[in-house]
Design a protein around this ligand. Structure first.
Ligand SMILES: *Cc1c(COP(=O)(O)O)cnc(C)c1O
Length: 397
Protein backbone atom coordinates (compact mmCIF):
# COMPACT_ATOMS: atom_id res chain seq x y z
CA UNK A 1 0.00 0.00 0.00
CA UNK A 2 1.34 3.41 -0.96
CA UNK A 3 1.61 6.40 1.36
CA UNK A 4 -1.41 8.54 2.21
CA UNK A 5 -1.39 11.22 -0.47
CA UNK A 6 -1.19 14.84 0.56
CA UNK A 7 -2.90 17.46 -1.57
CA UNK A 8 -2.44 20.21 1.02
CA UNK A 9 -0.63 22.43 -1.48
CA UNK A 10 -3.76 22.64 -3.64
CA UNK A 11 -6.92 24.70 -3.26
CA UNK A 12 -9.82 23.38 -1.12
CA UNK A 13 -11.84 22.01 -4.08
CA UNK A 14 -8.85 19.90 -5.11
CA UNK A 15 -8.14 18.77 -1.55
CA UNK A 16 -11.74 17.53 -1.29
CA UNK A 17 -11.12 15.15 -4.19
CA UNK A 18 -7.52 14.08 -3.62
CA UNK A 19 -6.36 14.53 -0.01
CA UNK A 20 -5.68 11.38 1.92
CA UNK A 21 -6.03 8.90 -0.95
CA UNK A 22 -4.29 5.67 0.00
CA UNK A 23 -3.97 3.31 -2.98
CA UNK A 24 -3.53 -0.42 -2.65
CA UNK A 25 -1.32 -2.53 -4.94
CA UNK A 26 -4.22 -2.66 -7.44
CA UNK A 27 -4.11 1.05 -8.24
CA UNK A 28 -7.87 1.52 -7.88
CA UNK A 29 -9.35 4.87 -9.01
CA UNK A 30 -11.89 5.20 -6.21
CA UNK A 31 -10.91 4.93 -2.56
CA UNK A 32 -10.96 1.32 -1.38
CA UNK A 33 -13.31 0.17 1.35
CA UNK A 34 -11.32 -1.79 3.92
CA UNK A 35 -14.25 -3.47 5.61
CA UNK A 36 -12.17 -5.28 8.15
CA UNK A 37 -12.24 -5.31 11.91
CA UNK A 38 -8.54 -6.14 12.23
CA UNK A 39 -5.26 -6.99 10.53
CA UNK A 40 -2.88 -9.94 10.37
CA UNK A 41 0.85 -9.92 10.94
CA UNK A 42 3.70 -11.74 9.21
CA UNK A 43 5.21 -12.87 12.50
CA UNK A 44 4.75 -12.70 16.25
CA UNK A 45 7.71 -10.30 16.30
CA UNK A 46 5.98 -7.93 13.88
CA UNK A 47 2.78 -8.08 15.94
CA UNK A 48 4.79 -7.23 19.06
CA UNK A 49 6.50 -4.32 17.29
CA UNK A 50 3.14 -2.91 16.11
CA UNK A 51 1.66 -3.10 19.59
CA UNK A 52 4.73 -1.41 21.06
CA UNK A 53 4.44 1.33 18.45
CA UNK A 54 7.90 0.48 17.09
CA UNK A 55 6.49 -0.34 13.67
CA UNK A 56 3.91 1.79 11.85
CA UNK A 57 0.80 -0.03 10.71
CA UNK A 58 -2.82 -0.82 11.40
CA UNK A 59 -3.83 -2.87 14.44
CA UNK A 60 -7.54 -2.86 15.05
CA UNK A 61 -10.32 -0.80 13.49
CA UNK A 62 -11.51 0.56 16.82
CA UNK A 63 -8.58 2.94 16.57
CA UNK A 64 -7.13 2.74 13.09
CA UNK A 65 -8.36 1.59 9.69
CA UNK A 66 -7.12 2.58 6.22
CA UNK A 67 -10.51 3.85 4.98
CA UNK A 68 -11.11 5.81 8.19
CA UNK A 69 -7.54 7.19 7.93
CA UNK A 70 -8.31 8.44 4.40
CA UNK A 71 -11.39 10.25 5.67
CA UNK A 72 -9.44 11.76 8.58
CA UNK A 73 -6.61 12.90 6.29
CA UNK A 74 -9.03 14.53 3.84
CA UNK A 75 -10.72 16.39 6.70
CA UNK A 76 -7.34 17.45 8.18
CA UNK A 77 -6.21 18.98 4.90
CA UNK A 78 -9.57 20.63 4.23
CA UNK A 79 -9.75 22.18 7.70
CA UNK A 80 -6.06 23.06 8.03
CA UNK A 81 -5.75 21.00 11.23
CA UNK A 82 -2.75 18.92 12.34
CA UNK A 83 -4.66 15.83 13.39
CA UNK A 84 -8.15 14.33 13.53
CA UNK A 85 -10.16 11.40 14.80
CA UNK A 86 -13.33 10.22 13.11
CA UNK A 87 -16.21 9.19 15.35
CA UNK A 88 -19.38 7.13 15.01
CA UNK A 89 -21.69 10.17 15.14
CA UNK A 90 -21.54 13.92 15.56
CA UNK A 91 -22.56 13.51 19.19
CA UNK A 92 -19.68 11.07 19.75
CA UNK A 93 -17.37 13.82 18.43
CA UNK A 94 -18.89 16.49 20.70
CA UNK A 95 -18.98 14.25 23.77
CA UNK A 96 -15.40 13.04 23.26
CA UNK A 97 -13.99 16.52 22.48
CA UNK A 98 -15.67 18.05 25.53
CA UNK A 99 -15.52 15.24 28.09
CA UNK A 100 -12.23 13.45 27.38
CA UNK A 101 -9.86 16.30 28.38
CA UNK A 102 -11.77 17.23 31.57
CA UNK A 103 -11.69 15.98 35.14
CA UNK A 104 -13.62 16.54 38.36
CA UNK A 105 -13.36 20.14 39.46
CA UNK A 106 -13.05 21.60 35.96
CA UNK A 107 -15.47 24.19 34.62
CA UNK A 108 -16.96 24.75 31.16
CA UNK A 109 -18.42 27.91 29.66
CA UNK A 110 -20.82 27.29 26.78
CA UNK A 111 -23.23 29.31 24.70
CA UNK A 112 -26.86 28.61 25.55
CA UNK A 113 -27.84 28.25 21.93
CA UNK A 114 -26.64 24.70 21.33
CA UNK A 115 -28.00 21.68 19.49
CA UNK A 116 -30.29 19.91 22.02
CA UNK A 117 -28.01 16.91 22.66
CA UNK A 118 -24.96 19.19 23.07
CA UNK A 119 -26.83 20.99 25.83
CA UNK A 120 -27.52 17.62 27.44
CA UNK A 121 -23.78 16.86 27.50
CA UNK A 122 -22.96 20.19 29.15
CA UNK A 123 -25.96 20.50 31.48
CA UNK A 124 -26.75 16.90 32.47
CA UNK A 125 -23.76 14.68 31.74
CA UNK A 126 -20.76 16.75 32.88
CA UNK A 127 -22.15 17.54 36.39
CA UNK A 128 -22.38 13.78 37.12
CA UNK A 129 -18.59 13.73 36.99
CA UNK A 130 -18.15 16.90 39.04
CA UNK A 131 -17.59 19.18 36.04
CA UNK A 132 -19.57 22.39 36.40
CA UNK A 133 -20.66 24.73 33.66
CA UNK A 134 -22.00 28.21 33.00
CA UNK A 135 -24.29 28.84 30.04
CA UNK A 136 -24.07 32.30 28.52
CA UNK A 137 -25.77 34.32 25.81
CA UNK A 138 -23.15 33.58 23.16
CA UNK A 139 -23.61 36.96 21.47
CA UNK A 140 -22.70 38.88 24.65
CA UNK A 141 -18.90 38.97 25.03
CA UNK A 142 -19.21 40.45 28.54
CA UNK A 143 -21.11 37.34 29.63
CA UNK A 144 -18.28 35.12 28.33
CA UNK A 145 -15.73 37.23 30.23
CA UNK A 146 -17.77 37.22 33.44
CA UNK A 147 -18.31 33.45 33.29
CA UNK A 148 -14.59 32.57 33.15
CA UNK A 149 -13.19 31.06 36.35
CA UNK A 150 -9.68 29.96 37.32
CA UNK A 151 -10.76 26.33 36.72
CA UNK A 152 -12.40 26.98 33.31
CA UNK A 153 -10.78 24.55 30.88
CA UNK A 154 -13.15 24.53 27.91
CA UNK A 155 -15.34 27.07 26.14
CA UNK A 156 -17.83 25.59 23.69
CA UNK A 157 -20.03 27.12 21.01
CA UNK A 158 -21.65 26.54 17.67
CA UNK A 159 -22.01 29.21 14.99
CA UNK A 160 -24.28 29.82 13.23
CA UNK A 161 -26.42 28.45 16.03
CA UNK A 162 -29.10 25.82 15.70
CA UNK A 163 -31.84 26.74 14.90
CA UNK A 164 -31.91 30.54 15.16
CA UNK A 165 -28.75 31.14 13.08
CA UNK A 166 -27.12 33.64 15.42
CA UNK A 167 -23.51 34.22 14.41
CA UNK A 168 -21.05 34.30 17.33
CA UNK A 169 -17.75 36.16 17.11
CA UNK A 170 -15.33 33.21 17.15
CA UNK A 171 -12.06 35.17 17.29
CA UNK A 172 -13.27 37.42 20.13
CA UNK A 173 -14.48 34.40 22.14
CA UNK A 174 -11.21 32.52 21.41
CA UNK A 175 -9.33 35.52 22.87
CA UNK A 176 -11.43 35.45 26.04
CA UNK A 177 -10.93 31.69 26.39
CA UNK A 178 -7.17 31.90 25.87
CA UNK A 179 -6.73 34.81 28.30
CA UNK A 180 -8.46 32.62 30.88
CA UNK A 181 -6.24 29.62 30.09
CA UNK A 182 -9.06 27.64 28.42
CA UNK A 183 -9.45 26.08 24.98
CA UNK A 184 -12.25 26.89 22.54
CA UNK A 185 -14.18 24.03 20.94
CA UNK A 186 -16.37 25.01 17.96
CA UNK A 187 -19.17 22.89 16.51
CA UNK A 188 -18.94 23.98 12.85
CA UNK A 189 -21.83 21.92 11.44
CA UNK A 190 -24.03 24.81 10.34
CA UNK A 191 -21.23 26.77 8.65
CA UNK A 192 -19.62 23.69 7.03
CA UNK A 193 -15.85 23.61 6.34
CA UNK A 194 -16.63 25.31 3.01
CA UNK A 195 -17.77 28.60 4.56
CA UNK A 196 -15.96 28.85 7.89
CA UNK A 197 -12.59 27.72 9.28
CA UNK A 198 -12.67 28.10 13.07
CA UNK A 199 -9.02 27.03 13.55
CA UNK A 200 -7.84 30.03 11.51
CA UNK A 201 -10.09 32.24 13.67
CA UNK A 202 -8.38 31.10 16.87
CA UNK A 203 -10.43 28.05 17.90
CA UNK A 204 -8.43 25.10 19.25
CA UNK A 205 -10.76 22.25 18.36
CA UNK A 206 -13.40 21.87 15.61
CA UNK A 207 -16.09 19.20 15.66
CA UNK A 208 -18.51 18.08 12.95
CA UNK A 209 -21.49 15.90 12.61
CA UNK A 210 -20.54 14.35 9.26
CA UNK A 211 -24.14 13.10 9.13
CA UNK A 212 -25.13 16.53 7.85
CA UNK A 213 -23.49 18.23 4.83
CA UNK A 214 -20.44 15.93 4.67
CA UNK A 215 -22.61 12.94 3.82
CA UNK A 216 -25.29 15.27 2.51
CA UNK A 217 -27.34 12.44 1.06
CA UNK A 218 -28.98 11.07 4.18
CA UNK A 219 -27.13 7.75 4.24
CA UNK A 220 -25.09 7.41 7.39
CA UNK A 221 -24.00 8.88 10.70
CA UNK A 222 -20.52 10.11 11.45
CA UNK A 223 -18.46 12.75 13.17
CA UNK A 224 -14.94 14.12 13.35
CA UNK A 225 -12.73 15.98 15.84
CA UNK A 226 -9.98 18.19 14.37
CA UNK A 227 -7.22 19.91 16.31
CA UNK A 228 -3.45 20.04 16.95
CA UNK A 229 -1.32 16.88 17.19
CA UNK A 230 -0.81 17.72 20.84
CA UNK A 231 -4.53 17.90 21.68
CA UNK A 232 -5.41 14.74 19.75
CA UNK A 233 -2.49 12.75 21.18
CA UNK A 234 -2.87 13.96 24.73
CA UNK A 235 -6.66 13.97 25.10
CA UNK A 236 -8.44 12.13 22.31
CA UNK A 237 -6.34 9.25 20.98
CA UNK A 238 -6.30 7.08 24.06
CA UNK A 239 -9.89 7.86 25.03
CA UNK A 240 -11.09 6.76 21.58
CA UNK A 241 -8.80 3.71 21.56
CA UNK A 242 -9.99 2.47 24.95
CA UNK A 243 -13.67 3.48 24.93
CA UNK A 244 -14.46 3.01 21.22
CA UNK A 245 -16.82 5.72 19.87
CA UNK A 246 -15.20 5.01 16.50
CA UNK A 247 -16.38 5.45 12.92
CA UNK A 248 -17.06 2.29 10.94
CA UNK A 249 -14.96 1.81 7.77
CA UNK A 250 -18.14 1.57 5.72
CA UNK A 251 -19.36 4.97 6.93
CA UNK A 252 -15.89 6.44 6.42
CA UNK A 253 -16.01 5.27 2.81
CA UNK A 254 -19.45 6.81 2.21
CA UNK A 255 -18.32 10.06 3.83
CA UNK A 256 -15.08 10.16 1.82
CA UNK A 257 -17.14 10.00 -1.36
CA UNK A 258 -19.40 12.68 0.16
CA UNK A 259 -16.40 14.98 0.60
CA UNK A 260 -15.64 14.84 -3.13
CA UNK A 261 -18.88 16.69 -3.87
CA UNK A 262 -19.15 18.73 -0.63
CA UNK A 263 -18.02 22.00 -2.20
CA UNK A 264 -20.33 21.71 -5.20
CA UNK A 265 -23.31 20.75 -3.06
CA UNK A 266 -22.81 23.38 -0.34
CA UNK A 267 -22.34 26.13 -2.95
CA UNK A 268 -25.53 25.15 -4.81
CA UNK A 269 -27.54 24.73 -1.60
CA UNK A 270 -26.32 28.11 -0.30
CA UNK A 271 -27.30 29.83 -3.53
CA UNK A 272 -30.76 28.27 -3.31
CA UNK A 273 -31.13 29.24 0.37
CA UNK A 274 -30.17 32.82 -0.46
CA UNK A 275 -32.74 33.10 -3.27
CA UNK A 276 -35.46 31.46 -1.21
CA UNK A 277 -34.67 33.73 1.77
CA UNK A 278 -35.03 36.82 -0.41
CA UNK A 279 -38.45 35.67 -1.65
CA UNK A 280 -39.74 34.59 1.77
CA UNK A 281 -38.50 37.74 3.53
CA UNK A 282 -41.09 39.70 1.53
CA UNK A 283 -43.93 37.24 2.10
CA UNK A 284 -46.77 38.65 4.25
CA UNK A 285 -47.21 35.37 6.17
CA UNK A 286 -43.55 35.27 7.27
CA UNK A 287 -43.20 37.43 10.36
CA UNK A 288 -39.44 37.04 10.78
CA UNK A 289 -36.67 35.67 8.60
CA UNK A 290 -33.05 35.04 9.58
CA UNK A 291 -30.45 34.26 6.95
CA UNK A 292 -26.73 34.80 7.53
CA UNK A 293 -26.21 35.78 3.89
CA UNK A 294 -28.56 38.79 4.07
CA UNK A 295 -27.58 42.35 4.95
CA UNK A 296 -30.41 42.44 7.54
CA UNK A 297 -28.95 39.56 9.58
CA UNK A 298 -28.49 40.87 13.17
CA UNK A 299 -24.75 39.99 13.13
CA UNK A 300 -24.09 40.85 9.47
CA UNK A 301 -20.73 42.41 10.43
CA UNK A 302 -19.50 39.24 12.14
CA UNK A 303 -20.74 37.12 9.20
CA UNK A 304 -18.63 39.26 6.85
CA UNK A 305 -15.59 38.97 9.10
CA UNK A 306 -15.56 35.21 9.67
CA UNK A 307 -17.68 33.43 7.03
CA UNK A 308 -17.04 33.11 3.31
CA UNK A 309 -20.77 32.96 2.50
CA UNK A 310 -24.20 32.63 4.11
CA UNK A 311 -25.58 29.19 4.88
CA UNK A 312 -27.63 26.36 3.48
CA UNK A 313 -30.11 27.01 6.31
CA UNK A 314 -32.82 29.60 6.86
CA UNK A 315 -34.71 30.42 10.05
CA UNK A 316 -38.23 31.69 9.62
CA UNK A 317 -41.26 32.43 11.68
CA UNK A 318 -44.65 31.70 10.20
CA UNK A 319 -47.60 33.86 11.26
CA UNK A 320 -50.13 32.11 13.51
CA UNK A 321 -47.79 30.36 15.97
CA UNK A 322 -47.67 26.55 16.16
CA UNK A 323 -50.89 26.11 14.17
CA UNK A 324 -49.55 28.32 11.38
CA UNK A 325 -46.19 26.54 11.31
CA UNK A 326 -47.83 23.09 11.30
CA UNK A 327 -50.22 24.07 8.50
CA UNK A 328 -47.26 25.29 6.42
CA UNK A 329 -45.20 22.13 7.14
CA UNK A 330 -48.11 19.84 6.33
CA UNK A 331 -48.88 21.70 3.09
CA UNK A 332 -45.33 21.57 1.72
CA UNK A 333 -45.09 18.88 -0.95
CA UNK A 334 -41.44 19.03 -1.99
CA UNK A 335 -39.66 20.13 1.18
CA UNK A 336 -40.17 17.30 3.64
CA UNK A 337 -40.56 17.28 7.42
CA UNK A 338 -37.42 15.86 9.02
CA UNK A 339 -34.92 16.60 11.75
CA UNK A 340 -31.88 16.13 9.51
CA UNK A 341 -30.21 19.02 7.68
CA UNK A 342 -27.63 19.65 4.98
CA UNK A 343 -29.25 17.00 2.78
CA UNK A 344 -29.67 16.96 -1.02
CA UNK A 345 -33.41 16.90 -0.27
CA UNK A 346 -34.84 20.12 1.20
CA UNK A 347 -35.95 19.49 4.76
CA UNK A 348 -38.02 21.46 7.19
CA UNK A 349 -38.08 21.19 10.99
CA UNK A 350 -40.25 22.60 13.77
CA UNK A 351 -37.64 22.95 16.56
CA UNK A 352 -40.09 23.74 19.40
CA UNK A 353 -41.69 20.28 19.12
CA UNK A 354 -38.63 18.27 18.01
CA UNK A 355 -34.95 19.17 18.44
CA UNK A 356 -35.65 21.63 21.26
CA UNK A 357 -38.74 20.08 22.89
CA UNK A 358 -36.61 19.07 25.90
CA UNK A 359 -36.18 22.76 26.85
CA UNK A 360 -38.76 24.60 28.95
CA UNK A 361 -40.94 27.16 27.10
CA UNK A 362 -38.97 29.92 28.89
CA UNK A 363 -35.61 28.51 27.76
CA UNK A 364 -36.95 28.29 24.21
CA UNK A 365 -38.25 31.86 24.33
CA UNK A 366 -34.85 33.02 25.54
CA UNK A 367 -33.26 31.44 22.47
CA UNK A 368 -35.81 32.99 20.12
CA UNK A 369 -37.42 29.64 19.28
CA UNK A 370 -41.06 30.65 19.07
CA UNK A 371 -43.95 28.27 18.38
CA UNK A 372 -44.11 29.54 14.80
CA UNK A 373 -40.37 29.09 14.15
CA UNK A 374 -39.25 26.80 11.32
CA UNK A 375 -35.74 25.71 10.37
CA UNK A 376 -35.33 25.24 6.65
CA UNK A 377 -32.48 23.27 5.08
CA UNK A 378 -32.14 23.97 1.35
CA UNK A 379 -31.43 20.97 -0.86
CA UNK A 380 -30.37 20.51 -4.46
CA UNK A 381 -33.79 20.82 -6.12
CA UNK A 382 -34.46 23.64 -8.59
CA UNK A 383 -34.97 26.80 -6.58
CA UNK A 384 -38.13 27.77 -8.53
CA UNK A 385 -39.80 24.48 -7.58
CA UNK A 386 -38.97 25.15 -3.92
CA UNK A 387 -40.31 28.72 -4.13
CA UNK A 388 -43.55 27.57 -5.79
CA UNK A 389 -43.96 24.84 -3.17
CA UNK A 390 -43.55 27.39 -0.36
CA UNK A 391 -45.96 29.81 -1.97
CA UNK A 392 -48.73 27.21 -2.19
CA UNK A 393 -48.00 26.04 1.38
CA UNK A 394 -48.11 29.56 2.82
CA UNK A 395 -51.40 30.12 1.02
CA UNK A 396 -52.76 27.37 3.30
CA UNK A 397 -51.67 29.20 6.49
C1 LIG B 1 -26.73 17.01 14.15
C2 LIG B 1 -25.84 17.84 14.97
C3 LIG B 1 -25.05 17.25 15.96
C4 LIG B 1 -25.09 15.77 16.26
O1 LIG B 1 -24.70 15.00 15.19
P1 LIG B 1 -25.18 13.45 15.00
O2 LIG B 1 -24.38 13.00 13.83
O3 LIG B 1 -26.65 13.48 14.75
O4 LIG B 1 -24.84 12.73 16.25
C5 LIG B 1 -24.24 18.09 16.70
N1 LIG B 1 -24.21 19.42 16.50
C6 LIG B 1 -24.96 20.01 15.55
C7 LIG B 1 -24.90 21.49 15.37
C8 LIG B 1 -25.81 19.25 14.75
O5 LIG B 1 -26.57 19.83 13.82
Amino acid sequence: MSEVKSAARYRPETRLVHSGTLRSQYGETSEALFLTQGFIYDSAEQCEARFKGEEQGFLYSRFSNPTVAMFERRMIELEGAEAARATATGMAAVTTAVLAPLKTGDHVVAAKALFGSCRYVVEDLLPRYGITSTLVDGLDLDQWKAAMRPNTKTCFLESPTNPTLDVLDISAIADIAHKGGARLVVDNVFATPIWQSPLTLGADVVVYSATKHIDGQGRCLGGVILSSEAFINEHIHNFMRQTGPSMSPFNAWVLLKGLETLGVRVRAQTETAGKLADVLAKHPKISRLIYPGRADHPQAGVVKKQMRAGSTLIGLEVAGGKAGAFRCLNALKLSRISNNLGDAKSLVTHPATTTHQRLTPDARAELGISEGFIRYSAGLEHVDDLIEDFEQALAAV
